[in-house]
Design a protein around this ligand. Structure first.
Ligand code: PMP
Length: 336
């Protein structure tokens, strides 16, 4: 019998998908790692599994315990399903400006969702600090009852990508990968994949695709952590260098505007039948830029992080888009 023992066995080993039209356009092989096909619908299932498995192994997480995390949503969905499959409850602290789709999905996975106002990281009311305090209070009341994954600083996040996502990309391209590019939220994906690929092929080019509203491109290009612009993409961008991103070998970086990334989302729907979220648009535009930089004949890999179904009320809402200077494609049928 060929069966998965539980849902956790279905995390990872995602297909590497050729983006045909963009490959033809650039003369490169443009390949997307289909992370939206993970059971929780995003690349963050991997981080969740990596952090929870390590916490169980180190006995930080005890049977019957509760996972308490601050997240833009996708890590929470991953934690809720990994937790449920392993017998842990989840409390998810999230900024209230995130998409309804992610909040509803979290609740459907049985997580307790606590929505709080979005504030800058340096404010103690930021969702990351708030989740840490909730976990600490639970542990004070009942020792070892809560585990705070702390995904931004917990290197088990990056390590899981270094030992799964990176080696999968290496094997799926038969070692022919020339460049890898993606955006950064925690930096777990870029940090882990970059390390895995550089260890196997030092000349592989690693690039950062940064959205508006993030300080990271400026940091890598000019050495200054300076926020610029804004983006409707969610889960990516950062104002600080997290432990997961620190010392990542990054060769190139771009700030990708929504005016490039969002039309790319619509293009992928029409050209490839792929219905992806905003961060994937940033990543795929990054892949095209990397292909143009390296020239024809190269193999470029990026991450297809999650599905647009999580962001319906934004990505397919003409009024919302217009408020951001963006528009729906002509072929999109207006709602009646
Ligand atoms: N895309 C989406 C939709 C995400 O939710 C995240 C994580 N917040 C990322 C990309 C970035 O992944 P990482 O945290 O590994 O940098």
């Amino acid at each position: 019998m060929d069966k998965a023992q539980n849902l956790l066995d279905c995390i990872g080993n995602t297909p590497l998908l050729r983006l045909n039209k963009l490959s033809e356009q650039t003369g490169c092989e443009i390949l997307g790692k289909a992370e939206f096909m993970n059971p929780g619908g995003s690349v963050k299932d991997r981080a969740a599994l990596g952090m929870v498995r390590a916490a169980v192994a180190s006995k930080q997480l005890k049977p019957g315990g509760t996972l308490v995390e601050g997240t833009a949503g996708n890590t929470g969905i991953g934690l809720a399903l990994v937790g449920a499959a392993m017998g842990f409850k989840s409390v998810i602290v999230m900024p209230e400006n995130q998409s309804r789709g992610k909040i509803d999905t979290l609740r459907a996975h049985g997580a307790e969702v606590r929505l709080i106002p979005p504030v800058p990281y340096k404010n103690p009311a930021h969702f990351v600090h708030t989740s840490g305090r909730i976990a600490a209070a639970m542990n004070e009341e009942s020792p070892n009852s809560a585990f705070w994954p702390n995904q931004f600083e917990n290197l088990d996040n990056r390590r899981f990508h270094e030992t799964t996502t990176g080696p999968e990309i290496w094997a799926q391209t038969d070692g022919k990968v020339d460049g890898f590019v993606c955006a950064v939220g925690t930096g777990g994906t870029l940090g882990g994949v970059a390390r895995a690929l550089k260890a196997r092929k030092p000349e592989v080019v690693i690039a950062l695709a940064d959205p508006g509203g993030s300080a990271l491109h400026n940091y890598f290009a000019n050495g200054e952590l300076k926020l610029e612009g804004s983006s409707i993409s969610e889960g990516i961008g950062n104002s600080r260098i997290t432990a997961n991103l620190a010392d990542t070998p990054i060769d190139l970086s771009w700030q990708i505007p929504d005016s490039d990334a969002i039309p790319m989302i619509y293009r992928l729907i029409r050209e490839e039948g792929l219905v992806l979220g905003g961060s994937s648009g940033i990543n795929v535009v990054g892949a095209v830029r990397l292909a143009e930089q390296l020239g024809p004949g190269h193999t470029i890999v990026t991450i297809l992080c999650d599905s647009a179904t999580r962001y319906m009320e934004r990505l397919f809402n003409a009024e919302f888009l217009a408020s951001k200077g963006l528009e729906l494609p002509e072929w999109f049928a207006p709602r009646r």
